[in-house]
Design a protein around this ligand. Sequence first.
Ligand SMILES: NC(=O)C1=CN([C@@H]2O[C@H](COP(=O)(O)OP(=O)(O)OC[C@H]3O[C@@H](n4cnc5c(N)ncnc54)[C@H](O)[C@@H]3O)[C@@H](O)[C@H]2O)C=CC1
Ligand SMILES: O=C(O)[C@@H]1CCC=N1
Length: 262
Amino acid sequence: MKAAIIGFGKMGQAIAKGWIDKKVFNPEDILASSGSYDRLMDACEKLNTTPMPSNAEAIANADVVILAVKPKMIADAMQECRDLLAASDKWIVSVAWGIDCEELEKLLPGSHHISTIPNTAIEAGCGIMIYENQSTLTQDQKALFVELFEPVSMLVEIPKAQMNIAGILGGCAPAFTEMYLEALGDAGVAYGLKREQAYEIAAKMIEGVGVLYLNQKNHPGMMKDDVCSPGGSTIRGVMQLEKEGFRSAVISAVQAIADPKK
Ligand SMILES: NC(=O)C1=CN([C@@H]2O[C@H](COP(=O)(O)OP(=O)(O)OC[C@H]3O[C@@H](n4cnc5c(N)ncnc54)[C@H](O)[C@@H]3O)[C@@H](O)[C@H]2O)C=CC1
Ligand SMILES: O=C(O)[C@@H]1CCC=N1
């Protein structure tokens, strides 16, 4: 099987790296095409993926197509490929933010497609792949979709009305968490830790908290209480975060994306 990745930027490359690392695809079976041919050549040289001169050629030679251009670019990028996609059993995984099954059908009528929102951690094989419960994939294509993305992500099926909020938590919030990681690193450095060591400790801590929650499904407040010894040190930090509006800031950040006009 061969995969065409149309748009070989951050997300396109993250998917390719995750697949190569988990041996889902041989690097040369990933056919990449992008807006800038020079940058595409550089990226493909690093990953050993195959650079393609056009979107149409990448798609013609592939079984599955990952659509990883900016949402506004889809119509332009796929203009020459609409007929080919409508007339074949090739199938499309769109990762474009805000483009649901109905929108995809308008852009690529008659094709087999599924609308998803992945996150950058797919590169490390521990991503989240939100996908809409409505798609035009056949049963066999849906099974292949699971086969390709399960090794690199947790798959979460979501109805159309909740795609946006699920995508914010899975796809956008990594940036919030990276800011938190950076802030912990700065604080560690301020108190004498080497920066690399500070980031490593903080990153492992974030990973561990996630795994602990997923294993036990205890309420996060209870998990926090387990860390705060009576009269101990942690509760002083927790009280300060409460005073600074930490939780409220996080909720407001989600709102700023979910309701951009407010
Ligand atoms: N970066 C992220 O964390 C996430 C991104 N996404 C979605 O992934 C898609 C790509 O986003 P990024 O990778 O972050 O952006 P990016 O700007 O890094 O990548 C976009 C790529 O598309 C290429 N491109 C532009 N016009 C093209 C055309 N006509 N044909 C082929 N390629 C073309 C550009 O050269 C660039 O390599 C977007 O739709 C975004 O909503 C979804 C979830 C998370
Ligand atoms: O910021 C964006 O538009 C993309 C979609 C989700 C994460 N990054």
